[in-house]
Design a binder for this molecule. Structure first.
Ligand code: MF3
Ligand code: CO
Length: 252
C-alpha cells in the first residue's frame, strides 16, 4: 500500500532532507586519502546528534552503523571500517536521517583524491542517470518511465544497472511501497500521483550487473570485481513536478 503524503508531511521530510544534504557537503570536504570510513561514520553520528536528528540505519534490522560505506567493487551496504581510504578509491556513503519521526535517504559516491578517467566517467554517468530518472517523476507518468530513462542512458554508455536493489517509498518508515526499479519499460508499472515520496537510487556497475553477498550477510559487491557507483535522492511528486528533498544545491 502506497502512503501518500500531505504538503505538511513533505515539508517535515524536507527538513530531514536538508540536514542530510548539508551533511553530504561536509563529508565531501573531509573525504581524502588517509581518512577511514569509520571516522566518517563517527563524524556523521556527531553531526546528526548536534542537530537533534537520528541516523535511522543504526539498529535497522540489526545494522550497527550510522552509514553504509561501500568502497570500489562494493555495490551497497558496506560496513564502515578502520582501514584508511586510498588515493583512487571511490566510496559511496549512504545515510537515512530521522527528524521527529520523518525520514530522508540519500547516497553519494565520492572520489578519494585523484581517480582514473574511467572511474570518473562511471560517477558522471551514474549521477546523470539519477537526474534523468527524477525528470520522469511527474504526475501521470509510470514507474517504468523512471526505470527506462535510467537504464537506457546507463547502457548506452556501456555500464550496467544493478537489479537486486531498488528505490522505495519512504515516510515514517525507511522502506514503503512502491519498489522503484532502475530499469524498465516506458508506460508500464504503477502510475505516479501527487503526494508520493520515494527514493531513486541507481547502483551502476562498470562491468556486469551481477552481485554477490559477503559472508557478513549485508555487503553486496560486483561478481566481476568491477567498480560500482550510486547516487540517491529522496523526491516528492507534486503538482509543480518532482521536488528533490535531499538537494545539496538547496543548502549552504
Ligand atoms: N539507505 C539504504 C536504502 O537506500 C538502506 C540501507 S540498509 C541499512 O534503502 F540497514 F543499512 F539501513
Ligand atoms: Co534508499
Amino acid at each position: 500500500m502506497i502512503i501518500l503524503k500531505t504538503e505538511e508531511q513533505i515539508q517535515r521530510m524536507r527538513e530531514a532532507g536538508m540536514i542530510l544534504a548539508a551533511l553530504h557537503k561536509e563529508i565531501a570536504k573531509i573525504i581524502k586519502p588517509g581518512i577511514s570510513t569509520m571516522e566518517i561514520d563517527r563524524f556523521v553520528e556527531e553531526y546528526l546528534e548536534a542537530r537533534g536528528a537520528y541516523p535511522e540505519q543504526k539498529g535497522y534490522q540489526g545494522y550497527e552503523y550510522a552509514t553504509c560505506a561501500s568502497i570500489n567493487d562494493e555495490i551497497c551496504h558496506g560496513f564502515p571500517r578502520h582501514e584508511k581510504l586510498k588515493e583512487g578509491d571511490v566510496v559511496t556513503i549512504d545515510m537515512v536521517v530521522n527528524v521527529d519521526g520523518w525520514l530522508a535517504d540519500s547516497a553519494w559516491t565520492y572520489p578519494v583524491g585523484n581517480i582514473s578517467e574511467d572511474a570518473q566517467r562511471l560517477l558522471d554517468v551514474t549521477k546523470k542517470s539519477l537526474y534523468l530518472g527524477i525528470e520522469q517523476a511527474v504526475i501521470g507518468n509510470r514507474l517504468g518511465d523512471i526505470g527506462h530513462a535510467i537504464q537506457s542512458y546507463v547502457e548506452s554508455n556501456g555500464f550496467s544497472v544493478v537489479r537486486d536493489f531498488v528505490g522505495h517509498g519512504i515516510g515514517q518508515d525507511m522502506h514503503e511501497d512502491p519498489q522503484v526499479l532502475h530499469y524498465g519499460t516506458p508506460g508500464r508499472g504503477q502510475r505516479l500521483v501527487e503526494g508520493m515520496v520515494m527514493t531513486i537510487e541507481p547502483m551502476i556497475n562498470m562491468g556486469g550487473y551481477q552481485m554477490k553477498l559477503d559472508d557478513n550477510g549485508w555487503t553486496a559487491r560486483t561478481v566481476d570485481g568491477s567498480l560500482s557507483a550510486q547516487y540517491e535522492h529522496t523526491i516528492a511528486i507534486t503538482k509543480d513536478g518532482p521536488i528533490i528533498l535531499t538537494d545539496q544545491d538547496a543548502v549552504e
